[in-house]
Design a protein around this ligand. Structure first.
Ligand SMILES: [Fe+2]
Length: 295
């Protein structure tokens, strides 16, 4: 493992790894056995490669303990940790293999909330969220190009302050909702123009980013989760073309195919549904192609 240790030291270390790995020999679930055995091999390889000190081991335990303490039903520090290490993106990539021209998936993030309000096509998800109004429209189709009707489309985003509703302490629900595609697979809604925001950096993950000189900023984006019978559920975002953070997104979520042009409309420009809007607004089009379930 390392050329700085004696043959006897090397033998002792390798022997321990094998004894721990063999402790899973009687596990009757083959997948669980594979996961645990492989995890032990990789963890020990890491510790041996870097010659982890006992002080560093204790710091690691302290870090994970702090991540646990700050986590509750609205704050998920372990997902943040997975995100900033690129583990979330890697897992998503492995589980959403490229399929024809199916829309690419990206990170789920920690701010999805179950039971979002249902809105009708063309309605607004914004509620009290601050921000420039943004008209979002597109189509849903399957990999044969057929429209997907009745798909459930969950959308959620941060407000102009860079905060999701659950990060405000007034219990609000805003800038999130769900809608269903129509018979031709079309969808549309009003939201707010996405703006950049930092991931929560007041916890252990934020301290780690600061210690290594990394920014906590995410590129501006709007989250989607699309589910329909017979189709692979798609979790993705769209990003804003021209955003200077596209190359340094702290969770590695940006994909070229998901960068969209948000076209700014001057104050007074007629809106697609005739709605009166104060000031400027923007519009974006996002056509979604779903892969078949099981691919
Ligand atoms: Fe987000």
């Amino acid at each position: 493992m390392t050329d700085t240790v004696s043959a006897e030291q090397e033998r002792r270390e390798a022997d321990l790894v094998e004894r721990v790995a063999r402790s899973f020999d009687d596990c009757t679930d083959p997948r669980l056995k594979q996961l645990m055995t492989s995890l032990v091999h990789h963890l020990h390889a890491f510790v041996r490669e870097v010659r982890l000190t006992e002080g560093e081991w204790a710091k690691g335990i302290e870090f994970l303990t702090a991540a646990g303490h700050i986590t509750d039903d609205k704050r998920q520090e372990f997902i943040l940790l997975s995100d900033v290490l690129g583990l979330s993106m890697q897992t998503i990539g492995i589980n959403n293999e490229a399929y024809g021209d199916a829309t690419e998936a990206t990170v789920f993030g920690p701010f999805f909330v179950e039971n979002s309000p249902e809105i009708s096509l063309g309605d607004s998800i914004s509620g009290v969220a601050s921000g420039e109004p943004c008209w979002v429209e597109g189509t849903l189709s399957d990999s044969d190009g057929q429209p997907v009707a009745g798909a459930r489309i969950e959308v959620w985003e941060a407000d102009a302050e860079g905060l999701y509703d659950v990060q405000h302490d007034d219990g609000r629900t805003a800038a999130r909702g769900h809608l269903f595609s129509d018979a031709e697979g079309r969808y549309s809604f009003w939201g707010v123009t996405p703006t950049p925001y930092p991931i929560p950096y007041d916890g252990p993950v934020g301290k780690m980013l600061a210690a290594v000189g990394r920014s906590p900023m995410r590129a501006s984006h709007l989250h989607f989760m699309v589910s329909a019978a017979g189709q692979r559920t798609l979790v993705t975002h769209i990003f804003v073309s021209g955003d200077e953070l596209l190359d340094s997104d702290t969770v590695f979520g940006v994909k070229e195919s998901l960068v969209k042009k948000f076209e700014r409309q001057a104050p007074g420009s007629p809106t697609p549904d005739g709605r009166a809007v104060d000031g400027s607004w923007s519009r974006v089009s996002f056509d979604i192609v779903l892969a078949p379930a099981g691919t």
